[in-house]
Design a protein around this ligand. Structure first.
Ligand SMILES: [Zn+2]
Length: 230
């Protein structure tokens, strides 16, 4: 299948600058290591359900420029239908919502963002058998500020409760999104800085649910854009 759809998972940040971290969780956690582990679970989750989607992971010691150049090179020979730049939000110690960013002019980016957003907002089965769950919300990050934000329009608030400067919102941390030729999204499913929430996301059961949500959203997206024929 030469035109087999390929989904590229980009692990945000790199081993030298791992992005946001939380030193209150045990073990201490950072964006790069956490998302790398989840990214490596998503491919098997997808292939359990369909052999028709290839998943490729981009991680390691490289700049955002090298990442988007690499993606554009891959897209010259493969049918890259989606790029997922995986991050975690940071700043608030209590926030429980997700953000999915996409470029406003990307129809497919918007479709993908809505699939992820749907998955993150409907995960009511989240972590039900692990200990200590009575203190945990029964749903994935709520919809208060959640959802999909086209990246040329400011969201009402950023994660620190400040208004985004227009150009910061557009470019700061969005290099991969803005410089890839294939459709792309940035996923920020929850806040690494929310210790209570992050603690439960370190449980293996919840990592598996998280990767499954990602896998299901990717499969749903591929169906919707009709890149898979069964
Ligand atoms: Zn990040």
């Amino acid at each position: 299948m030469q035109n087999k759809p390929t989904v590229i998972l980009v692990v945000g940040h790199n081993p030298k600058a791992k992005g946001a971290s939380n030193s209150e969780t045990i073990p201490r956690v950072n964006e790069y290591d956490y998302n790398k582990e989840i990214a490596e679970m998503i491919g098997p989750d997808i292939s359990e359900q369909t052999p028709n989607i290839d998943v490729q992971i981009i991680s390691g010691d490289m700049s955002n420029t090298r990442k988007h150049n690499m993606i554009n090179d891959i897209a010259k020979t493969k049918n890259v239908v989606l790029v997922v730049d995986m991050h975690l939000n940071a700043g608030s110690p209590t926030a429980e919502y997700h953000l999915i960013k996409y470029a406003r002019n990307s129809v497919r980016g918007e479709i993908a963002a809505k699939k992820f957003s749907h998955g993150f907002s409907t995960a009511s089965y989240f972590g039900t058998s692990a200990p200590g769950l009575s203190t945990i919300p029964a749903h994935w990050p709520g919809m208060k500020f959640a959802g999909c934000f086209p990246t040329d329009r400011r969201p009402p608030l950023n994660q620190r409760g400040e208004q985004y400067a227009k150009d910061q919102w557009k470019y700061n941390g969005s290099e991969v999104l803005f410089n890839t030729n294939p459709p792309a999204v940035i996923t920020e499913p929850f806040f690494i800085s929310n210790t209570r929430f992050m603690t439960k996301m370190l449980w293996q059961e919840n990592k598996e649910i998280f990767s499954k949500i990602m896998a299901d959203a990717i499969i749903a997206y591929c169906f919707e854009i009709e890149c898979i024929s069964w």
